[in-house]
Design a protein around this ligand. Structure first.
Ligand code: LLP
Length: 433
């Protein structure tokens, strides 16, 4: 459920016309609906009211400060995977005691930063990382709280690039090794304190069964660990709940909650969730303008001003995003590739898509772009990144300015004053020695 609806003058984000925002802010532009973000948060939160729990919104899905602030104001914690995400969360006013830190490659600097900020816990993904956190905590004369991210070897039945809970994936520690790592930490790593256990099996899951299968494995592990004397207060079951992009029918948070609560009954833990996509995905659209239309003799193309650098999901995962005219005009339907200006054939937002015929200057809305849209954007082809706008009721605000041409070269150095000049070689004329 979202608050992007067609009104008399075309698509509106809550009470604000999308065409008006495009006119005033320019395109491409990401537009987020605050009411939708809040609604998604509330739906998740209310599904779990009967059990102790903490929502840690997954910052990677959409890390705009205004989005983080919206969740932080609701009492959300955060799941972070880098020092950069910690910095953003802190800037957005997050309660650091509600931050969990996941990721396979935490550096010493990131670990130190998180220890100093006193986050809730590290979700540890390898034996070496466990020792690194202990070493750094010792140097800082403190004790760091941790969970081990276990890899339950369960197939989440999603796109291969976003499956994380299989043995062949780089994430987490096997259930077997987790037992010995907790034991080793208990006995020998005095600057660590186990507080929980963590598991995240993948993203865009459309069934509950894989979550339950993973929970079954984690459950017996918790019992084993407690017997051995390890305290397990938190059970972090990660994120991963899918959304509808096209015709998927993922479980609603309420159905997901029913199964998760049943699978964890009697465990006496505080559940932690790290939802990203289900919070932000359908709360955002990407608005783009048609630049040209053309036909190759074989195919129709609609060339728009947003490319794979703005929204990379279709190119990277072959993902589907619904694309609709901001102002439908009842023209005939065509079948076209909707492509960006980038010099790669892999630069497309949709392939062979049936869409009402559009003309240059008209606007298209790319739906479900609130998660993994802007956060995965780049400057490829030296394209300034888009603006981001947050709508709340009848008002909107630019929450990130469109990048300028100067932003593109910020930090670059063409003077090379410390290096000898790279002189061009004299070209010898033919026949001369
Ligand atoms: N927790 C951890 C440890 C994760 O790695 C992720 C996502 C989440 C939580 C949030 O998962 P969600 O609830 O959003 O499914 N770029 C891809 C998605 C990558 C997901 C990476 N990890 C896409 O555009 O589909």
């Amino acid at each position: 459920m979202d608050f992007f609806n067609y009104k008399k003058n075309g698509l509106a984000a809550e009470g604000v016309g999308v065409a008006r925002i495009a006119k005033e802010v320019g395109t491409p532009v990401y537009i987020y609906s605050r009411k939708t973000l809040v609604r998604h948060y509330d739906a998740f939160e209310s599904a779990f009211t009967t059990v102790p729990h903490l929502i840690c919104y997954s910052v990677k899905a959409n890390s705009n400060l205004a989005v983080l602030k919206t969740f932080s104001d609701k009492g959300s914690g955060f799941d972070i995977v880098s020092g950069g995400e910690l910095f953003r969360a802190v800037k957005a006013g997050a309660d650091v005691k509600k931050i969990v830190f996941s990721g396979v490659g935490k550096t010493d600097e990131e670990i130190e930063y998180a220890i100093k900020k006193k986050i809730l816990m590290f979700n540890v993904e390898s034996p070496q990382e466990l020792r690194a956190i202990n070493r750094i905590a010792k140097r800082l004369k403190t004790v760091a709280p941790f969970s081990i991210r276990v890899n339950p070897d369960v197939d989440p039945k999603t796109h291969a690039y976003i499956s994380t809970g299989l043995k062949e994936n780089k994430f987490g520690i096997s259930v077997k090794d987790a037992v010995s790592e907790y034991a080793y930490a208990r006995e020998s790593l005095k600057n660590l304190k186990a507080v929980g256990i963590d598991c995240h099996i993948g993203s865009q899951l459309t069934q509950v069964a894989p979550f339950v299968a993973a929970l079954e494995k984690v459950k017996s592990l918790i019992i084993k660990l407690r017997k051995a004397g390890t305290e397990i207060k938190y059970l972090d079951i990660g994120g991963g709940l899918g959304i509808t992009y096209e015709a998927e029918t993922p479980p609603l948070p309420s159905a997901y909650a029913t199964e998760v609560i049943a699978a964890t009954r009697g465990l006496d833990v505080t559940l932690i969730f790290e939802p990203g996509r289900v919070m932000a995905g359908n709360a955002g659209i990407l608005v783009t303008k048609v630049i040209y239309t053309k036909n190759s003799g074989k195919k129709s193309f609609v060339v728009v001003d947003a490319g794979m650098n703005d929204l990379t999901r279709p190119s990277l995962y072959g993902s589907y995003h619904a694309i609709e005219p901001v102002r439908p005009r009842n023209r005939e339907e065509i079948k076209a590739d909707i492509v960006g200006p980038i010099c790669e054939s892999g630069d497309f937002l949709a392939k062979g898509r049936k869409i009402e015929r559009v003309e240059p200057g008209e606007l298209l809305a790319v739906k479900s772009a609130g998660a993994y849209g802007y956060t995965m954007a780049s400057n490829y082809n030296s394209r300034p990144r888009a603006a981001e706008v947050m709508v709340a009721g009848n008002k909107y605000e630019v929450v990130r300015k469109r990048e300028t041409l100067s932003d593109l070269i910020r930090g670059e150095n063409a003077k090379l004053s410390g290096l000898a000049p790279a002189k061009s070689k004299k070209v010898l004329k033919k026949g001369k020695k």
